[in-house]
Design a protein around this ligand. Structure first.
Ligand code: UDP
Length: 329
């Protein structure tokens, strides 16, 4: 059984990936600082190391003890607004610490890595759907912190033979289908959890940030991808690298966009509850449309989304919110 080290395995996407790895016959090992992750989101059957990716001694020890053959690297800060206020924090926590993490992995002989990247590497796109070949001009330090990592990997590949795939996620959403794992960010800033907290009555209304975008209903279009489909993309990427797929960047999305108003309307249908809306000013830095071109991952990794209809995303997220109205607490 292959042992896969998952950094950030107690986070939102990490915890779903850990569970999917175990279901598919892998042996996941988690390294998480628990700064933003939740210990309860990882089964007690999974080896769990509470620590930092920049602790090179710990990383080398884990690789040796657990016989790690490949890594899925999620651990990162991921709040765009916070990154604008504290860019140095993001360049340290994401970029610098990943460099130390990958150096320790390479010293220990681990050369296969899947990296959690983001559509924020593109910035404001000239072309939608966005192909992987589009220019990368991030408009916030979060996107830049991830882009610098991707770029560093090309040099680590040349020098040391690192094999890597960076998955540029569009809008991760949804939850385990039985609502047993889900999204629990503090503070929560994402649309779908905030819409569902409004349906639960925990918030008075959902603010719609901008109704004058150049989209059919004036609200922003995003490409929502179910967290279980994302988890599967990581596993296919691991397997692809093992069987000769080249290193590189891949979009992970569905290729379809939904507007903020469509998401809210579907949430009203799925929950059967009223969801009051407060039309609000635009949020700085939001492009009108972010939709992935997805041919590359479909063709080269054989990935297709299975759970990413907007209804299933909202149904699974609603199951999570009903079971865990206060998150993992
Ligand atoms: N959004 C909104 N109200 C909110 C949170 C988000 O209208 O309370 C909008 C946001 O402007 C964007 C879309 O919903 O157009 C998705 O935002 P989210 O923060 O979930 O993800 P992002 O696209 O920023 O990664």
């Amino acid at each position: 059984m292959e042992s896969i080290l998952v950094s950030g395995g107690a986070g939102y996407i990490g915890s779903h990936t850990v569970r999917t790895l175990a279901e598919q016959g892998y042996r996941p090992i988690v390294l998480d600082s628990l700064v933003t992750g939740h210990r309860q989101s990882v089964s007690l059957d999974v080896p769990f190391y509470h620590g930092d990716i920049a602790d090179s001694d710990l990383v080398r020890k884990i690789v040796e003890i657990e016989q790690v053959s490949a890594v899925i690297h999620f651990a990162a800060r991921s709040l765009v607004g916070e990154s604008v206020e504290k860019p140095d924090l993001y360049f340290e926590e994401n970029t610098a610490k990943t460099n130390r993490f990958v150096s320790a992995l390479l010293q220990s002989g681990v050369k296969r890595l899947i990296f959690s990247s983001t559509a924020a590497t593109y910035g404001i796109p000239d072309e939608v759907p966005i192909p992987e070949s589009a220019p990368t001009n991030p408009i916030n330090p979060y996107g830049l912190s991830k882009l610098m990592i991707e770029q560093s990997f090309a040099w680590l590949e040349k020098a040391y033979g690192l094999k890597w795939i960076a998955l540029r996620y569009f809008n991760a959403a949804g939850a385990a289908l039985d609502g047993s794992l889900g999204e629990d960010h503090i503070p929560e800033t994402h649309l779908i959890p905030l819409v569902l907290k409004t349906a639960l009555g925990q918030r008075e209304a959902i603010s719609v940030f901008g109704t004058d975008y150049s989209t059919p209903d004036g609200t922003c279009l995003r490409d929502y991808i179910h967290v279980l489909d994302l988890a599967n993309a990581h596993i296919l990427a691991l397997e692809g690298l093992a069987t000769g797929v080249g290193s590189g960047v891949y979009n992970v999305g569905t290729g379809s966009g939904y507007s903020v108003k469509e998401v809210i309307e579907t949430a009203r249908f799925v929950t059967g509850r009223p969801i009051p809306v407060l039309e609000s000013p635009r949020r700085p830095g939001d492009p009108d449309k972010l939709v992935a071109k997805v041919e590359k991952i479909q063709t080269l990794l054989g990935w297709t989304p299975e759970h990413s209809s907007i209804e299933q995303i909202l149904q699974s997220a609603w199951a999570w919110h009903l079971k865990h109205p206060n998150g993992y607490l």
